[in-house]
Design a protein around this ligand. Structure first.
Ligand code: C5P
Length: 234
């Protein structure tokens, strides 16, 4: 089993509560995911502040536009202290390749991640936007497109890992949300896997939000998850 690292989804409404949580977790984890909610409210300065605390940053903006615009956005984002950035794979191979080229020139260490089918989309909704494939078929289709465009990683569910890891595990790094430690609430996540199971299925990074920020003792939850992931290394 390959090493699998924990990323905290920092989906909080205020910087004050995010700072408080990070203070409680000091020294326990290295990776933080900043999503649209916090980035649109607090911008690049917020990203720099978290980086200055010593965290590595996954910026989850799910870019999707014409290739030129996405490449220019990636160029701008390359000046931020970020380590991962998401794009919608459905933007197409040309858009993905343009993004990859832009980041290679300015920040080759930045890992771009394709997002395939949003888990909020079912077959009927895909059909309404003209996609005849099932969600599973479309995930596999877009994973291949992402790999072919030279992108290094993919956001994918625990369930999708079963088919994607054997097929794309050599060329793509997998980042997996929808993770719940044994015994914790699923919240609105429909299909969850435990940290250990995600790692066993081939995930390189797991993303966990509410089970950590809603806990009475977040540090304890992070420790338990890290212990579970470390056990898999042996
Ligand atoms: O709180 P929770 O652990 O469910 O948070 C999961 C994080 O992963 C959230 O930031 C959510 O937006 C993100 N995510 C997800 N499912 C996807 C893609 C991203 O839960 N398919």
């Amino acid at each position: 089993m390959q090493p699998c690292k924990l990323i905290l989804a920092l989906d909080l409404s205020s910087r004050q509560s995010a700072r408080h949580l990070l203070g409680q977790l000091d020294g326990e984890l290295r990776w933080v995911k900043v999503g649209l909610q916090m980035f649109t409210a607090h911008g690049p300065e917020w990203v720099r502040e978290i980086a200055e605390l010593g965290y590595r940053i996954f910026l989850d903006l799910k870019l999707h536009d014409i290739p030129h615009t996405v490449a220019k956005s990636v160029q701008s984002l390359c000046h931020l202290p970020i380590d991962m950035l998401t794009l919608h794979s459905s933007g197409g191979e040309e858009m993905l390749a343009a993004a990859e080229k832009a980041k290679r020139e300015l920040n080759p260490d930045l890992l771009l991640l394709g997002v395939t089918v949003l888990t909020s989309m079912n077959a009927a909704q895909l059909n309404r936007i003209g996609v005849g494939n099932t969600p599973e078929e479309q995930v596999a289709n877009l994973a291949a497109l992402t790999r072919d465009a030279g992108i290094g990683g993919l956001v994918c569910s625990g369930r999708d890992l079963v088919s994607l890891a054997p097929r794309f595990g050599r060329s793509l790094q997998f980042v997996t949300p929808g993770i719940r430690p044994a015994g914790s609430s699923a919240h609105d996540q429909k299909r969850v896997v435990t940290p250990r199971r995600a790692a066993e299925l081939g995930s390189h990074y797991i993303v966990v939000g509410r089970p950590i920020h809603q806990a009475h003792y977040p540090r304890g939850v992070v420790r338990t998850i890290n212990r579970e992931l470390a056990l898999g290394d042996s």
